[in-house]
Design a protein around this ligand. Structure first.
Ligand code: AMP
Length: 506
């Protein structure tokens, strides 16, 4: 099934529901969104002469047009290549070349950036700026019937956020996206019509992937006018579009709960905060639950198995009386309905409960491979299993605890140190705003742990205090051997901490 059938079904079931909103203002109903998308598809196929399977990229700051363009692309049988709006022109050029993109839809703020690299991208014939008549003209004409798509046809090339090295295009098929959406209904939530999803995180990533299950249930997709994540604006939008689902990276959750205006959020305004993509510290999670109520749902996934590997449900977050509640909050939850998840040794053999190894995944959401990169595909997909590069262990109840990316693990004197464990402890100190622990080469021990610490404004903490906190909570050998106080942690465009940059500072 072409994933764009979700829109056709919702246009039938909820024709008059608002499908898209710009800030406070309704933009299009479901009926009109389908109409617009199917006319745009005609332009893509006939005027622009794109053929089924051709790639169309999006270089767009979050806006309603990004959803219009994506559905027009799928409706026409083409492949969407959503790119993070904050990328450097060089990074855009890499993705456009790698994907062999023929057309690129841009928001006006990115038009120059894409125009400046057009000559390097051989296949790129057309740039359509959403602020021009070229784009508005795409809404005029006759609708195209939806194109057939085989389940294994590519739908979305998801370029990995690349905390190291070049991004790779995880090829997500129509089947992958459908399985991911159905899994949402099974494990995350079954939204009642009339709800909203606030796209404050980039739609090229998790927020955009969650558009499917919400659109499939007739929700309104709301785009902040700033095109960014601003906490006061987000809170104001909640009043206009309550019962909201929001996808947030953990650093974004932290910005929300640390903001003085967070206390203004009323019960019922947020239905779900779906967080994931990076570790969430238990102290922040508890604060979120205290402040916002039972709205938190964690997902652990990666572009290669989008939004699906494990989840920690709303119910598990609420089970405060469970003897292992805190341990569960620190975990990534239980395997999703649509995938098998294993923890294995280097030889691929399943490890006993409690032992730490690489997490591998098999199921309907696992990508077809990396676009035009057979070597990287062969490294990641082996015997039908996706090797995630993440390290973790299962407990006796089947909850998966993530340790770290295998490359972030520190090996000191032959023992493994998982930075996250130390970071969790350092975060308990009231003066610590954020921190990150990395390994520094050591002639005798191989590596030693070093902590980078950002202090809250006007607060103080000494290395001795932090050291004492570690001594109280973790084994001696795991303690950081040095504390570096810095103004902010380097992050990528998705808010993930760049440990590679921190290692360079050493
Ligand atoms: P991306 O493909 O950009 O979504 O990045 C996926 C990676 O983010 C995973 O392989 C994990 O290393 C990390 N990640 C995703 N979800 C979580 C989570 N819930 N907790 C910790 N790390 C996560």
């Amino acid at each position: 099934m072409n994933i764009a059938h979700l829109l056709i079904k919702s246009a039938q079931a909820f024709p008059d529901h608002i499908a898209l909103a710009k800030g406070d203002a309704a933009h299009l109903s479901y009926r009109n969104l389908l109409r617009k998308v199917s006319v745009m598809a005609t332009h893509l196929r006939t005027r622009m002469k794109l053929q089924p399977g051709d790639r169309v990229a999006l270089a767009m700051t979050n806006c309603v047009e990004s959803i219009e363009a994506m559905y027009a692309i799928w409706h026409a049988g083409l492949v969407a290549v959503p790119m993070n709006a904050k990328l450097h022109p060089r990074e855009f050029a890499f993705i456009l070349q790698n994907s062999g993109t023929r057309a690129c839809v841009v928001t006006p703020d990115l038009a120059d950036s894409i125009a400046s690299i057009k000559s390097e991208c051989e296949a790129l014939e057309r740039i359509v700026d959403t602020s021009t008549r070229d784009y508005s003209f795409m809404a005029v004409g006759d609708p195209l019937p939806i194109a057939d798509a085989a389940p294994e046809d590519p739908a979305w090339l998801f370029y990995t956020s690349g905390t190291t090295g070049r991004p790779k295009g995880a090829t997500l098929t129509h089947r992958n996206l459908l399985a991911m959406s159905l899994n949402y209904y099974a494990d995350v939530d079954r939204p009642q019509p009339g709800r909203s999803i606030l796209h404050v995180a980039p739609v090229s990533h998790g927020s955009g992937l969650w558009n499917f299950p919400l659109l499939g249930r007739g929700a309104v997709q709301v785009f902040p006018e700033s095109g960014r994540y601003e906490v006061p604006e987000t809170i104001a939008l909640l009043r206009r579009w309550p019962d909201a689902t929001i996808f947030l990276a953990p650093t974004m959750v932290k910005r929300l709960i640390d903001h003085p205006a967070a206390g203004d959020i009323r019960p019922g305004e947020i239905r779900t905060i779906s967080y994931g993509g990076a570790p969430m510290y238990v102290s922040d999670l508890k604060k979120s639950l205290d402040l916002l109520g039972n709205v938190m749902i964690q997902l652990y996934g990666q572009g290669e198995s989008p939004m699906t590997i494990t989840h920690l449900s709303r119910e598990e977050h609420a089970r405060r009386d469970h003897p292992r509640w805190e341990q569960r909050l620190a975990s990534a939850g239980l395997p999703d309905s649509c995938v098998e998840v294993r923890v294995v040794g280097e030889d691929g053999k399943v490890l006993p409960t409690g032992e730490v190894g690489e997490i591998i995944v098999r199921g309907e959401t696992v990508m077809a491979g990396y676009w035009q990169d057979p070597e990287a595909t062969a490294r990641s997909l082996r015997d039908g299993w996706l090797w995630t590069g993440d390290v973790g262990c299962f407990d006796e109840d089947g909850f998966l605890t993530l340790k770290d990316r295998s490359k972030d693990m520190i090996i000191s004197g032959g023992s493994n140190i998982y930075p996250r464990e130390i970071e969790d402890v350092l975060n308990m100190h009231p003066a610590v705003a954020e921190c990150s622990v990395v390994g520094r080469p050591h002639p005798e021990w191989g590596e030693e742990a070093i902590a980078f610490v950002v202090l809250r404004e006007g607060r103080q903490a000494t290395p001795a205090e932090l050291d004492a906190l570690c001594l109280e909570n973790v084994a001696r050998y795991k303690r950081p051997k040095d504390y570096r106080f810095i103004d902010g942690l380097p992050k990528n465009n998705y808010g993930k901490i760049l440990k590679t940059e921190l290692r360079k500072l050493l």
